[in-house]
Design a protein around this ligand. Structure first.
Ligand code: FES
Length: 187
């Protein structure tokens, strides 16, 4: 009987896999399916729901902002500035495109094509994170007519570009798109 048992366990299939190996392969395969079926619900639970995605975007009707005005909104719990530039401010910003700046960027790079009068930036100074002035009526807009950070004296121009003071970067332009002629979706 013993030789017969030995022959069974060492049985080799047509493609050369010994039977004992096949048992191991089959067991691993089953474990793999088990792991995959456990992982999938975990991964699908980790993906953000549509509600969460919607809450992380902000929609603003920029048509309600008059040229020369700015508004303060909130995007992902941080201040967001939206500014409507006057034709004079657009001309001044374009003229300054050629000026040597700390963080060079043309107005066209900081606005959307066909909407160069709408400037959308985070309201967070790039020095140490204070909220600059200039978005509300009567606030100090600094030496370049845009925004002024009173914490350590950073001046941003009408395109939100750093022109004077310790801030190293322009005010950040977040990801956004025009959903219609006047409504933007940020995020
Ligand atoms: S935090 Fe704005 S200048 Fe320092």
């Amino acid at each position: 009987m013993a030789p017969e048992t030995a022959a069974t366990t060492e049985l080799t299939t047509a493609d050369g896999v010994r039977r004992r190996d096949w048992i191991h392969v089959a067991a691993l395969g089953t474990a793999g399916v088990g792991a995959a079926s456990v992982l999938f619900p975990l991964i699908s639970q980790m993906a953000p729901s549509q509600d969460v995605l919607a809450a992380s975007t902000t929609e603003i009707d920029v048509g309600a902002i008059q040229p020369g005005q700015s508004i303060k909104a909130t995007f992902r719990k941080q201040p967001l500035f939206v500014k409507r530039l006057t034709p004079e401010e657009i001309a001044a910003a374009k003229k300054d495109d050629a000026v040597d700046m700390r963080d060079p960027a043309a107005l066209a790079e900081r606005t959307k094509e066909g909407h160069e009068d709408v400037l959308v930036t985070m309201g967070v100074c790039t020095h140490l994170g204070c909220v600059p002035l200039g978005a509300a009526e009567g606030e100090n807009k600094g030496e370049f007519g845009g925004y002024f950070c009173p914490c350590h004296g950073s001046h941003y121009d009408v395109a939100g570009r750093i022109r004077k003071g310790p801030a190293p970067k322009n005010l950040l332009v977040p990801e956004y798109e025009f959903k219609s002629d006047t409504v933007i979706r940020v995020g």
